[in-house]
Design a binder for this molecule. Sequence first.
Ligand code: AHG
Ligand code: MN
Ligand code: MN
Length: 335
Amino acid sequence: MAQRISLTRYLVEQQREEGHIPSQLRLLLEVVARACKSISQAVNKGALGGVLGSADSENVQGEVQKKLDIIANEVLIEANEWGGHLAAMASEEMDSIYLVPNRYPQGEYLLLFDPLDGSSNIDVNVSIGTIFSVLKKPEGSPGVTEQDFLQAGAKQVAAGYCVYGPQTTLVLTVGDGVSMFTLDREQGSFVLTQENVRIPADTKEFAINMSNMRHWDEPVKRYIDECLQGKEGPRGKDFNMRWIASMVADVHRILTRGGVFMYPWDKREPNKPGKLRLMYEANPMSWLVEQAGGAATNGRQRILDIEPGQLHERVSVILGSKNEVDRVTSYHTGV
Ligand code: AHG
Ligand code: MN
Ligand code: MN
């Protein structure tokens, strides 16, 4: 029987043999994985654990928080604040950055997360997840400020997500391809189940919230319209559609079998660049997708090249199979 490789062993070997990850980063990733295990437990208990439903509060973006949004946020903070690997954290669910308290040693990394992605799916028992991104604190600055977090996605040193679905799967990149780990509940550990994940360049599957169609910009309308025309249209093939409304689950499907995912700018709130958040959702997912051979743009620019202006910045997102993303992007840029 092939030997099972735990996440711990995978990270130790990455550190020892490949030189990809310093020990502080290895510790950080272990701690994030442990926190995800704990969130997974809470998710699994559902109504029995009293974790469903609304928390009757709002986050900085004006969204009503679910109990699990808050629980997952707390689990991630409590797990990460004392280990000495972090300088600060930032979360979709917190107004401003969270500094590691003075009583703990300070590390050199910054951790950003969407603690619970797919909140609208919690109470209906559909896949949800946690998305995370790791940056290095810029050298030379003594304390930590919000400015230190405002780095382009291309500067990430690790990124990943954990999807809580029929299986709990952790997906990770440290810049050397994408690996997937499945949670073995009896053993209590994540086990490597796929290495060198690749997204096929072509696809016949798209993911977009079609109810927003009338609000889309022309290039997005054109792309989807051509897909819908199927064999009889300019694409010459039939397309299938999926929309889970949890970005983690939609991206997981794309990493597994290809596809294109879009949450574009639309006319509902024309002053917002998009719905999804650059630092907690778009950057980590874009890096994973690129590391698997796919592409990610905002229609005009590679997402990983965007210089953020603020922590909770939003962005239009088109990602997945490279040829499709290139096509949608060319419809925007005319090139
Ligand atoms: P979150 O639950 O972290 O706020 O994110 C939800 C996001 C994303 O996961 C998903 O793709 C999208 O919102 C769904 O939006 P619609 O409900 O507009 O389809
Ligand atoms: Mn989200
Ligand atoms: Mn969220």
